[in-house]
Design a protein around this ligand. Sequence first.
Ligand code: IPT
Length: 268
Amino acid sequence: RTLGLVTADLSLHAPSQIAAAVKRRATLAGYNVVMSMPEDGSQAACEAAVAGLLAQRVDALLINVPLEDEAAREIAARSQPLPVLFLDVGHGAPVPSMVFDAAQGAQLGIAHLLALGHRRIACLAGPQESVSARLRHQGWRDALHESGLTPCVEAHGDWSAASGYHHAHAILAARPDAVVVANDQMALGVLHACAEQQIPVPDAISIVGYDDTADSAWFTPALTTVRQDFRVLGEKSVEWLLARLHAAPLAENAITLPVSLIPRHTSG
Ligand code: IPT
């Protein structure tokens, strides 16, 4: 009995923590997990990864790579008749999905900074090819707009700490009061740039991350961030597949998981 997991780059913290959580829950249920990591972000690469897992006779599939609606629909069709659940698609995607609430997460980060009195807010978004990155970015803009504000500067990184560091230079040059960052790894790069330029965090600038990966409480200073509970995602996604495998009629098709703000020491 085997579950297949198609996963985004496991050198990134979030996908690796999701994979660990999936593995833990599957083991508990007596299932083995086989993983496949597509070579790039293309639909073809994802389809090849799915085909590879189907050839290994998996019983069900979890897909944790960012996919546009049409690509997800095709992959779901190719996976039939196996149960398949998508973890990184848009809210209205025409496939079974379990996704974190990106609009809520974006709103929480902006509301936190506004409540601290910040008005010049910079946005460091994730890669434009990622659905979740776009939703977080749009959520920030919407939340700022509600207060009559726009981002004072915007950039797109690739989720890595190196890209956060690289883009921090243009962002810090715009002298923002605060930066919302689409993930904790990029926030780590921004913190490094602040330290280098001797810009004190949070006294001169506040930083809010996104993910709350296991290391984020150990950044200097400890990172204020939006928590996506990867353990809960791993548990619930495996349970969803198990319910489908046992033909439980109650399994919902589009599940949104809430996120929460974890205030630590990079905001003030
Ligand atoms: C998303 C993470 O928030 C981000 O940091 C990055 O690791 C990305 O995954 C990789 O695809 S979490 C995902 C379930 C939207």
